[in-house]
Design a protein around this ligand. Structure first.
Ligand SMILES: [Zn+2]
Length: 314
């Protein structure tokens, strides 16, 4: 049997090599829901994973070195918030903010599972307290304020903690005159917090207005797969410059919802970054391995902007 055939057979059998082996050998049978979860989580523990786009087998060690980009087809696989910070921030310069902020279940919300349990589960799986990491650090030597959402924590949903952490980050950046980057990856507002999560959109937008318009400071939004719902409808689309990763899914409502509302067929791929770029919603589409360099160039241009020189003279 050739190596390729062996991979193919393993893939058919287990979905992902290494992902379920540990549990399968213990005779533990996963439910469909748990399998979905494990695909995201356990891939880090196995040696191999599969590209979501071309379905080629990828050696995780090389995939990580390649910043989560498939070497076969160039597809940008999801990476977690910590990997994203390592990608954008110079080594040993990251200072995290508000790491101990934890969500409160004020509505005592419960559907198939209670909100409290979902939070506990996500905290154990990701090692994070909620779906965003914020802090300051240097990017190619330039001090920046950075917020990175993590899709693996309850689908990157925006509740009170995500809203408050991003708000405090923006306020700090405004106070210290730092440029701001927010990397978005979110399923939208967190339904378990109801209106409290919706109001985060207005809260973040209002502090951004002070940062951008009143203080004339730079905010760059980086949209990754997927950026949807309340995040798209607030700070995702408020960047002075909006950058997306290639093939990122960016939407407010999903395709099916739009089709049902408009009673119209929507073309395939219309919510993909390239299509949105063609229609003027984005400024740049930047491959992941070039992102840090592109951001530095933008910051350098921004620092040389004529209005800044005039401001300094005043
Ligand atoms: Zn691929």
């Amino acid at each position: 049997m050739s190596l390729i055939n062996w991979f193919e057979e393993k893939r058919k059998f287990g979905g992902l090599i290494g992902a379920f082996i540990e549990k399968a050998t213990k005779g533990y049978v996963l439910s469909e829901r748990e399998k979905d979860r494990s695909i995201n989580v356990d891939t880090n523990k196995g040696l191999w994973t599969r590209c979501d786009n071309c379905e080629n087998m990828l050696y995780i060690k090389f995939l990580k070195q390649n910043k989560g980009v498939c070497e076969e087809c160039g597809y940008h696989l999801q990476i977690n918030s910590t990997e994203r910070i390592e990608l954008l921030i110079d080594r040993d310069t990251w200072i995290p903010m508000d790491e101990d902020m934890v969500a409160q279940d004020v509505l005592k919300f419960s559907d198939e599972d209670s909100y409290k349990n979902r939070i506990n589960l996500s905290q154990k799986r990701t090692g994070l307290t909620d779906a965003v990491q914020t802090g300051i650090g240097n990017s190619n030597g330039i001090p920046v304020a950075l917020g990175v959402m993590d899709f693996q924590f309850m689908g990157g949903s925006m509740g009170s903690v995500v809203g408050e952490k991003i708000t405090r980050l923006i306020e700090y950046a405004t106070q210290e005159s730092l440029p701001l980057i927010i990397v978005c990856a979110s399923g939208g507002a967190r339904m378990q917090e109801g209106t409290l999560s919706s109001m985060q959109m207005a809260k973040i937008s209002s502090v951004l207005q002070i940062h951008q318009v009143q203080k004339k400071l730079l905010y760059i939004a980086v949209l990754t797969y997927p950026t949807t719902g309340g995040v798209t409808a607030s700070f995702g689309m408020l960047g002075d410059i909006i950058i997306a990763e290639p093939k990122a899914y960016i939407a407010f409502a999903g395709k099916r919802v739009i089709e049902q509302t408009l009673r119209q067929k929507i073309p395939d791929g219309f919510q993909v970054a390239e299509s949105l770029f063609d229609h003027g919603l984005l400024d740049l589409i930047v491959p992941r391995n070039l992102l840090k360099g592109v951001l530095s160039e933008i910051f350098e241009l921004y620092n040389l902007a004529p209005w800044k020189e005039n401001n300094n003279q005043v």
